[in-house]
Write a protein of this length. Structure first.
Length: 132
C-alpha cells in the first residue's frame, strides 16, 4: 500500500474515532441527541470512506458510499449483513434528526446505535490494519 493511501486511510479512521469520542462527550454533557446521532453516523461514514479508499473507490454522496460499502464489502461476505443494517439505520436516524421537521432522535435511538457504531468502526479498523 502506498504511503499516501495509508496516510489518507489513517486520517479517515482518526475522524471516525474522534466522532465516537465527540458523541460520548455530547452524551456526558446532556447535549442534543440529534447532534449525538450525527456524530455516530459520521463515525461510521468516515470508516466506510477509509474502506473505499483502500479499494480506490470514492463518491461524493452518502448514499453512494453506503451503496458501495454494501456492494464491495457486504455482498462479497467481507463483513456481515448486520453491519449494513446498522449503517442504514444510523443514516436513517441522522436524516431524521437533521432534515425532518418535528422528528426527534430519542435516547433509545442513541443507546441502540452507540455500541453498534463503536463496533462498526473497530471492525473496519481491524480489517484495514490487517491489510497493511
Amino acid at each position: 500500500m502506498k504511503e499516501e493511501l495509508r496516510t489518507l486511510i489513517q486520517y479517515r479512521l482518526k475522524e471516525a474515532e474522534d466522532s465516537i469520542e465527540e458523541a460520548k462527550v455530547l452524551i456526558k454533557e446532556n447535549m442534543s441527541l440529534r447532534a449525538v446521532m450525527n456524530r455516530l453516523y459520521y463515525a461510521m461514514f468516515y470508516a466506510v470512506l477509509a474502506l473505499l479508499q483502500e479499494k480506490h473507490l470514492g463518491t461524493s454522496k452518502h448514499t453512494g458510499a453506503i451503496a458501495l460499502f454494501d456492494k464491495e464489502f457486504i455482498k462479497t461476505g467481507i463483513f456481515d449483513k448486520g453491519m449494513s443494517k446498522v449503517l442504514h439505520r444510523a443514516f436513517e436516524l441522522r436524516q431524521k434528526g437533521d432534515y425532518m421537521e418535528q422528528a426527534e432522535v430519542t435516547k433509545k435511538d442513541v443507546d441502540e446505535i452507540l455500541p453498534e457504531a463503536t463496533s462498526f468502526v473497530n471492525k473496519i479498523k481491524e480489517y484495514l490494519i490487517a491489510r497493511q
